[in-house]
Structure formats: structure tokens, C-alpha cells
Design a protein around this ligand. Structure first.
Ligand SMILES: NC(=O)c1ccc[n+]([C@@H]2O[C@H](COP(=O)([O-])OP(=O)(O)OC[C@H]3O[C@@H](n4cnc5c(N)ncnc54)[C@H](O)[C@@H]3O)[C@@H](O)[C@H]2O)c1
Length: 332
């Protein structure tokens, strides 16, 4: 039986239950699923666990030479619980012959719903309206509707496509930007591909679903905010550093854009002293877009399926295996 250690989650009743379910599901696939939560994260324990397992499910902490260089040859596969892999050094893993996978698509509905919720909440000034209710002022802050507006989707992958599906009832003009455009999905959902510039300068709402890397670092900076419509709303559930937070703060404070929604930040957790917290025109959530009962379970299930397929020698789903070139290196 292959051993599969999961580092994800904390010792709350929800995760106790999910891990018990994952353990039972894994058993049906001939996998011994063992939960060793890392909250707080203990790198020495992580290395010890990795040296006593065949595969492991990892969270958002950095995985690079500092860990791979201290691993023995037993562990063959690390599965990212989720999609973003910006904290995993793929060349380092490849050099050690260690395969890195991710659970593509398993949390797409949770994240897409969060993006839509933030878009709607920012448009209807939910934060400001809540404040006026709580303060007893009972002031009515007028909102804008999403119906019929032009929405730009940056990154038309699993989550971007799911957001376009959710927006079908809103009669929006949907445009998307993606370096690897999925024409079939776009045409089925009435989405037109365009360039970044059209999205920045003409959209009423923009939702970011790109990976974070050198190319997308601070893609939204002061110069971009200056070119956006002053009525526009920007939502980011992807990764914090895609947006320059200082520039976003100024744009929101000075009314150069109307509102925003963020689930991810340059530094997580976001410091309690972040100026963003003092703004009424931004919806802030603590990196929980994928944290729904449904998406969490899909992710556990997919993680187990990936491990089962990997050790059975079956090909993983497209996009799941991040470094196919790992094969042939020392560990194999
Ligand atoms: N907040 C959360 O809890 C949460 C959960 C899941 C994923 N995410 C983030 O959302 C991102 C998107 O997730 P997904 O499942 O849709 O991923 P995905 O891989 O299915 O889609 C990403 C899309 O972006 C495109 N792309 C990549 N680089 C690009 C570039 N430089 N310019 C334009 N297009 C580019 C790809 O072609 C792909 O279509 C992830 O990278 C991750 O960082 C956040």
C-alpha cells in the first residue's frame, strides 16, 4: 500500500471529518492516507514526514532545495492542495526527480462564486452599507448593477471559464485575455478574446484568474489604474502580487476606480495595520475563495485520485502534472 501524507488543514472538526472521509476513500484505491496537519508549519517535521512516505499533499508554504535537498529517495510525488504553485520551485524538484502535481479544477466553483460575490458586493457597496447600518446612521449608498455590463476575465482557465458560466444569466458582454486561449469554451459561453489593453480601458468589472509569476507580477500598477474606468470594479482571487497593493489603495482612496474585491494579498496574513482595511469600497476575504465544503472535498478526492493514477502509471489529467520532465532524474 502506498503511503500518502497530507499536511493540509488544521485540527478543527471540519478537517477531522474531511480527513476521515479522505482516508476511507483512499483505502478503496489502495492508498494509506495519513493526516499530519502543519498548523503551525514545522519544516523539520515536514522533512521527517517526507522521508517516511511515498507521496505528500502540500499547502502554500515554500518547497525548494532547502527541503528537496534533505529528502531521501522514498517520496516520489508532491501534490499541491489547490492550483497555484508559485511557492514550489519546479526546477529544484525536477533536478531531484520529484514529480509535482496540483488539483486543477477541483476548487473552480468555490473560487468563481467568490469572484462573482465580490464583484456584486463591491458594486452594491456592501461594506459601506453595512457600516451605516451598524453605526445607526441608516444612510442609503447607491450601487451599480452587473446586469448588461462589460466584464473582463483575465486568465480563461478552469476558474475564468466557470466565472463566465456563472455570468450567463447577467446578459454581460464577456471578454477574456489568455495566452493559451480555449476557443471552444469561449464560443460556447459567448466570450470574445481580446488584448489586455481593451480589458483595462473599457471593462466595468475585471476579474483576475492568472497564475502568479514574473510575467504577472504587479500586472496592475498605478499606470494601469489610471487607464481604468473610474466606475470600474477590480476583483482578484488569484495571487496577491499580481496587484500592486499600494497603487490599488491610492486608486480606491482617490476614486480613480470605484471598488475592489481581494481574497489574496502580497503578504498573508494581511497585517491588521494594512491601509486597505480602512477603505469602505473594498471587499476583503482571507484567502478563502476555495474554502467551501464542496471544493475542499473535491480537492481531497482529486488529490487521492492523482496519487492512485501516478503509482498505477496512468497519465494525469491535462495541467495536473507540473514538471513532466522530472522523469529520468536521480529519484526514478
Ligand atoms: N484564492 C484561492 O483560494 C485560489 C484557489 C485556486 C486558485 N487560485 C489562483 O487562481 C489562479 C487560476 O486558477 P485556475 O484553476 O483557473 O488555473 P488554470 O491553470 O486552469 O488557468 C489559468 C489560465 O491563465 C492562463 N495564463 C497563464 N499565464 C498567463 C499570462 N501570463 N497571461 C495570460 N494568460 C495566462 C493560462 O493559459 C490558463 O488558461 C491560480 O493560478 C491560483 O493562483 C486561487
Amino acid at each position: 500500500m502506498y503511503k500518502f501524507v497530507s499536511f493540509f488543514g488544521d485540527r478543527s472538526p471540519l478537517f477531522e471529518e474531511l480527513n476521515e472521509k479522505a482516508r476511507a476513500y483512499a483505502r478503496t484505491k489502495g492508498i494509506d492516507f495519513v493526516w499530519v496537519p502543519q498548523k503551525p508549519y514545522d519544516v523539520e517535521d515536514v522533512i521527517a514526514q517526507l522521508n517516511d512516505t511515498d507521496a505528500a499533499m502540500i499547502d502554500v508554504e515554500p518547497y525548494d532545495e532547502n527541503i528537496f535537498g534533505r529528502m531521501n529517495d522514498r517520496c516520489k510525488l508532491l501534490v499541491r492542495f489547490g492550483v497555484g504553485f508559485d511557492k514550489v520551485n519546479l526546477p529544484d524538484a525536477t533536478a531531484h526527480g520529484l514529480a509535482i502535481a496540483r488539483t486543477t479544477g477541483a476548487n473552480k466553483t468555490g473560487v468563481a462564486e467568490m469572484a462573482l460575490m465580490q464583484m456584486l458586493a463591491a458594486g452594491r457597496q456592501v461594506m459601506l452599507n453595512r457600516k451605516t447600518v451598524a453605526s445607526g446612521v441608516w444612510e442609503k449608498n447607491i450601487g451599480t448593477e452587473l446586469i448588461g455590463k462589460k466584464v473582463g476575465i483575465l486568465g480563461f482557465g478552469n476558474i475564468g471559464i466557470t466565472l463566465a458560466r456563472l455570468l450567463q444569466g447577467f446578459d454581460c458582454e464577456l471578454v477574456a485575455y489568455d495566452t493559451c486561449p480555449n476557443e471552444a469554451a469561449a464560443s460556447a459561453l459567448g466570450v470574445r478574446f481580446t488584448d489586455l489593453e481593451e480589458i483595462i480601458t473599457t471593462c466595468d468589472a475585471i476579474s483576475i484568474h492568472l497564475p502568479y509569476n514574473a510575467e504577472t507580477h504587479h500586472l496592475f500598477d498605478a499606470a494601469v489604474f489610471d487607464r481604468m474606468k473610474s466606475s470600474a470594479i477590480l476583483v482578484c482571487t488569484a495571487r496577491g502580487n499580481i496587484i500592486d497593493e499600494d497603487a490599488l489603495y491610492s486608486a480606491l482612496k482617490e476614486g480613480r476606480i470605484a471598488g475592489a474585491g481581494l481574497d489574496v494579498y502580497a503578504q498573508e496574513p494581511l497585517g491588521a495595520d494594512s491601509p486597505l482595511i480602512g477603505l469602505d469600497n473594498i471587499v476583503l476575504t482571507p484567502h478563502v475563495a476555495s474554502q467551501t465544503h464542496e471544493s475542499l472535498w473535491n480537492t481531497y478526492k482529486k488529490g487521492v485520485d492523482i496519487v492512485a493514477d501516478f503509482f498505477a502509471g496512468s497519465a494525469l489529467e491535462r495541467g495536473d502534472l507540473l514538471n513532466p520532465e522530472y522523469a529520468g532524474n536521480p529519484r526514478q
